[in-house]
Design a protein around this ligand. Sequence first.
Ligand SMILES: [Zn+2]
Length: 280
Amino acid sequence: MEWFKKARVGIDSANKREVPDGLWTKCPDCGEITYVKELEKSYWVCRICSYHFRLKSDNYIKMILDDGHLEEHDADLVSGDPLKFKDSKRYPMRIRQAQEKTGLKEAVRAGIGKIDGRLVSFAVMDFHFIGGSMGSVVGEKIARAIERSLEGEIPLVIISTSGGARMQEGILSLFQMAKTSALLSELQKTNIPYISVLANPTTAGVMASYASLGDIIIAEPKALLGFAGQRVIQQTIKQELPEGFQTSEFFLEHGFVDLISPRKDLRKNLSLLLGYLCND
Ligand SMILES: [Zn+2]
């Protein structure tokens, strides 16, 4: 029956901004038409309004790590289908389509890289893969990235962007919040630093676990951050919410985010902060 059909307007479907493949593209914020090659040179930031286009994991790897190189670990981990989940399509089909679209196996890539010569355990999420959702594989790869930090005594840097836990894996997705948070508390007992970078958007289960547990939290400008969406919060607490309360700028003002870094400065800022935190 028509009226039971859910209008699918979520972070995933309503906000498909991504690095374009054509020659020219239009800024989703100010409408400026820009030559893609120019955008590439400016770290995918609009020269008129500073809108930060959503990046692929590959862009971050090239932008942040020395020689743009990540020695990738666990690259072949793929999700099973323990719940035999099916909505408009079966879960394995959804995974396969995401793999074909992105060329990735899952919504996070992790491994070892260098920032200004310093070894780091590095993980970067990719929103283009099922909205960067966290299922058992994403959780496991993040957990192993934390373990590599612990074992190698090297700093941890995670770039998050996610709509939250992956509903197709139900409770197994939620387990990942506890697993990654528990491992991070082990890391916190050491002097090994963890810097969490929040890209647009970082929400729900990822925000409520490893993304918010950095010793330092850096956000990209004007990113959407938070746990639940505005409408859900408003209906729950029955109060008006302040303007822009889920933006990086609001989070900085209220002390949750330590630094908003324009993309062009991200590598430099990471290098600087790691230097301070490692005290060398
Ligand atoms: Zn613009």
